[in-house]
Design a protein around this ligand. Sequence first.
Ligand code: NAP
Ligand code: GDD
Length: 350
Amino acid sequence: MTETRAKRALITGITGQDGSYLAELLLSKGYEVHGLIRRASTFNTARIDHLYTDPHVAGTRLFLHYGDLSDGSRLATLLDSVKPDEVYNLAAQSHVRVSFDEPEYTGNSTGLGSIRLLEAIRMVGLDCRYYQASSSEMFGATPPPQNEETPFYPRSPYGAAKVYSYWVTRNYREGYGMFAVNGILFNHESPRRGETFVTRKITRAVARIKAGQQSELFMGNLDAVRDWGYAPEYVEAMWRMLQHDEPTDYVVATGTDYTVRDFLQFSFEHAGLDWEKYVRFDERYLRPTEVDALVGDAGKAERLLGWVPTVKTPELARLMVDADIEALDAAGRPWIDTVTVGPWAPAPQI
Ligand code: NAP
Ligand code: GDD
């Protein structure tokens, strides 16, 4: 009897918000998961430490490898040794405001990084399915609702780099017959969201203000409209895209529209606070060109993948505030693993 081996996935950006949830999802489905991590002088794996086991232990299914999207030859050697069935390209300099400060670096990692990976797959001769983390930022100034047919009008070096990655992904699909798909994901958040994105910046501040550790919160444009969903649900959509019969591109969104001001209100209210007493304006958080409104139409993902989001922005704000309050509390009890504190993981045994 022939034994079938577990499916093997490679995730770039495994140390990020989405990478950590995707690694959890794939491990729960029996995959062998390989992650690309950057060498740093300090540990940068906090979001996945709870998944990690010593590779010397029998049955280990998560493996981490050093590499960087700026290093094409490394991508080729890694792909050649791992031979994944599925590649999820989530790595990027993903902060829009930072992309105005570091436009060249953003172009190199967020844009050229994708073609290095695609070209490495082609050079190695790997038969795998490829997921590209495309973004609603590509729509930029084109008004909502946005779907797969909406024209791109990027408003930042980040958005422009993502448009480049989108097109090379399609080009490798059309030109070389690769199973390569773009997931055009609208903003998605969680308690693992990077601390400088607006939702997490707000929910962390709420926890700190509530605890008497902070008295003001400096913000930029409160009028921006976003379609904020819940990250664990969005990584499920990524996986479904690679299981579909045909490679095609999908918008992933909740279809709801809220302003940054709304998110402030939901978050502060949940902690029994009045946001207007604490929020101040600081122009440093404005962008040279803003994306005013992103609201997605995910009808195609629902029709072809059966994907339907359940967590909407008000609930998302509440669960993020709860997690930040709990994490702050746990910080005073350092034996608790704060990354896994939250509704998606068992409560720590103390
Ligand atoms: P994130 O938390 O910022 O994670 C980014 C990941 O990329 C981290 O693991 C980071 O490693 C890694 N990375 C950055 N530069 C790299 C490089 N040069 N080489 C290798 N790895 C590198 O982002 P996220 O929110 O999880 O988003 C995942 C992907 O989806 C990104 O491509 C993002 O642009 C895209 N996206 C996100 C959203 C959203 O709302 N979250 C929406 C649409 C698209 P370190 O940990 O070492 O920094
Ligand atoms: N970060 C931040 N900090 N944003 C602020 C602030 C602030 O103090 N004040 C207002 N904002 C506004 C921004 O101007 C923007 O309009 C909105 O809040 C959301 O900002 P971010 O949370 O930084 O996210 P983003 O929409 O620019 O980009 C995120 O979503 C994209 C998908 O649409 C990132 O995750 C990108 O990687 C992703 O592609």
